[in-house]
Design a protein around this ligand. Structure first.
Ligand code: FES
Ligand SMILES: [Fe+2]
Length: 388
């Protein structure tokens, strides 16, 4: 038997040379996992931000998080302070949350309501459409035109109430990014759902660790042995995806958003085809998983904050007719209990994985046949970040 050799695994100087990833490129059952430095190295992380998060269509929540004119949501995404706001016309807009005078971040992260945004430094004031409306004592400044100093807009497009932004002016449309996913998911009628709960967690792990975990069920008996394990399932091959996503589908009875034995709300009446016989779990690249089951949907939205820091946002959506039931709050507790038990289990195991991978004595591993999408996701990441 070969004893493991205690040689430190250091990240190579030419980090993006494909030669270091040849073993990940092999077919699933011959492949190795990503080298541990992909989860810990600052240069690798910076490349992911530049080639993935600054290029993709990134999911940033539901429009119903800011229902009224002037409602806004501010947060950091991959190092960019962002503000989403519903403007005077009722449309959602996205801006860089930084003053065009000398760059100060304008509003604190979180939600709020405003009629305008005033910079806390020298009181420049911007409208809900981002236009600069007041700039005190700038009248002597040569060639200064307020029209040229509005908040920097970010492209925003929507799919059935879901908001996506891209920082890439040359990006194709959101519809092109999503490909055939909206058609596959049409019978869930996401446009007729409302988000009833949104929870945030700060995680001490790399964003890929959490995405990989969300897209394999190999860990379910171990990590969720006391919770989800009692749900019966059969394992299907990954969804055939034509778009920037991958996905799992499992065929089973009863809502996946409930613990085994619990009863909940009526099923979504419009469900058709596979949606009427199981649950879809698409991962829209780079980092949002949508759990779509018989009676509701939930999402896991991951914002990268550093090589070993990630913010997780969990949103829960029900059909409007369900959310308007007089017994909604009472019955919804059963769903909340399921998420509040299982999500911390995934959070904890992800942080443990990061702790092990951060060691100089962490090495690449191998995959089970139960982890096809971990391999698919890792190869998608390599497709984006490696030369050329
Ligand atoms: S930095 Fe915003 S008003 Fe000066
Ligand atoms: Fe899990």
């Amino acid at each position: 038997m070969m004893a493991p050799s205690l040689a430190p695994a250091v990240a190579p100087a030419n980090l993006f040379d494909p030669v270091h990833y040849a073993a990940v490129r092999k077919p699933l059952l011959q492949a190795e996992t990503l080298p541990p430095w992909c989860y810990t190295d600052t240069a690798f992380y910076r490349r992911e931000v530049e080639r993935i998060f600054l290029k993709a269509w990134n999911f940033v929540g539901r429009g119903d998080a800011i229902p009224r004119r002037g409602d806004y949501l501010a947060f950091d995404f991959a190092g960019v302070p962002i503000i989403l706001v519903r403007d005077d016309q009722g449309a959602v807009r996205a801006f860089v949350n930084a003053c065009r005078h000398r760059g100060t971040k304008i509003v604190d992260d979180g939600t709020g309501a405003a009629t305008a945004f005033r910079c806390p430094y020298h009181s420049w004031i911007y409208g809900l459409d981002g236009s600069l409306q007041v700039a005190p004592q700038m009248e002597d400044t040569v060639d200064f035109a307020k029209g040229r100093y509005g908040l920097t807009p970010i492209r925003l497009e929507t799919w059935d109430g879901f908001l996506f932004i891209t920082f890439d002016a040359k990006a194709t449309s959101l519809a092109a990014w999503l490909g055939d996913l909206p058609a596959k998911m049409a019978s869930y009628r996401f446009d007729d759902m409302v988000c009833v709960r949104r929870k945030e967690y700060d995680l001490a792990c790399n964003w890929k660790i959490y995405v990989e975990n969300a897209m394999e069920s190999y860990h379910v008996p171990t990590v969720h042995g006391q919770t989800l394990q009692k749900q019966k399932r059969d394992i299907n091959p990954p969804i055939d995806a034509k778009g920037a996503y991958c996905g799992l589908y499992t065929r089973h009875q009863g809502s996946r958003a409930l613990m085994a034995g619990d009863t909940g709300f009526p099923f979504i009446p419009t469900l058709a085809g596979d949606a009427a016989a199981g649950t879809h779990y698409p991962l829209v690249y780079p980092s949002t998983m949508f759990g779509c089951t018989y009676d509701c949907m939930w999402w896991l939205e991951l914002h990268p904050r550093g090589p070993d820091r990630t913010r997780l946002i969990v949103g829960s959506c029900f059909p409007r007719a369900t959310a308007e039931r007089p017994d909604f709050e009472e019955v919804a507790q059963k769903y909340y209990r399921r998420w509040d038990l299982s999500i911390p289990e995934d959070n904890e195991i992800s942080e443990r994985q990061q702790a092990g991978l951060a060691s100089p004595f962490a090495y690449p591993g191998r995959f089970s046949y139960m982890e096809p999408l971990v391999h698919v996701i890792d190869n998608w990441v390599l497709d984006q970040v490696l030369e050329p």
